[in-house]
Design a protein around this ligand. Sequence first.
Ligand SMILES: O=C(O)CCC(=O)c1ccccc1C(=O)O
Ligand SMILES: [Mg+2]
Length: 338
Amino acid sequence: MRLDPFSLSLSDPLGTANGPIEAREGFLVRLADEGASQSAGLGEATPLPGWTESLSDCRTALDAGDPDATTPAARHGVSLARADADARAAGVSLGAQLAAGDAADAVPVNATVGDGTAAETAESVREAVESGYDAVKVKVGARDAAVDAARLRAARDAAPDAELRADANGAWDRETAAAMLDAAAELGVRYVEQPLPADDLSGHAELRGRGVGVAVDETLAAHSVGAVLDADAADVLVLKPMALGGPDLTLSAARAAREAGVDAVVTTTIDGVVARLGALHVASAIPDVPACGLATGSLLAEDLAPDPAPVRDGRMSVPDGPGLAGDALDPLYRVDDR
Ligand SMILES: O=C(O)CCC(=O)c1ccccc1C(=O)O
Ligand SMILES: [Mg+2]
């Protein structure tokens, strides 16, 4: 296994309730046989504290070999590389390999609009809809609740027909969350992601049924999918392969959610192209998946390689060549043996 550290800056920092995300650092993971000039499989480990281990703990776990889900980004890197190698050996796309059969050939995605003034928010939402997105997610929780309510109203005015989502990244207390969910319901927002801190399972459960869905994201980094489903804490699970430990565990989580009548959407942690493609294939293996948070490539100023699955009309086509993207990522598979 070879590890190549990388650092990718965002074109504009993404404003969230926890402060801006400005750059993403991680490791390209390549499975390579001794003497081979081509890697058999590609993975990516891009930790994001709050969802995963730190960069240094990720490195330590990768160096130790065979990381488990206690270091989810490290496990993601290795399990994605193995799954890619298996799919390439079988001559099928990663999605088909994961689904053991039929996978969708395209996945609907939401635009991601960071914190900003009401006018900036409306402008970004308008641009997203004009470029073909049917679903837009607005980051909230960085400003006063009243200001966020005005931002959501501005978003709705800018996009009367769009599916709107809001993501508070755990910023609110129970009382604020209840008021904000009522405001969101009135605006026809589909769901609010992580209204309360990650640990508050019963608080999320109590927020359901107000006319707007409750989604959990950070909660899944702190609690098992089984515990979240048993607590009836959510209408929607936000599944980040990087935070859950890899494509295999993410697909199992999606299936468990479906079994419990809970929706699952797949999103990135703003990853490089390798992990984004991995997440896209996972989403393609979930039947009738709702719009996913995978349209994050355009937030990066630089990437590991050109994107073989750009967003068009609010959808991403899933590469149908073997593994992650057929031969589109060939330069990344080349192992330099100097
Ligand atoms: O879901 C999306 O639209 C994009 C991904 C996203 O919002 C995100 C990206 C990096 C870290 C956290 C989050 C989040 O969902 O909270
Ligand atoms: Mg979120």
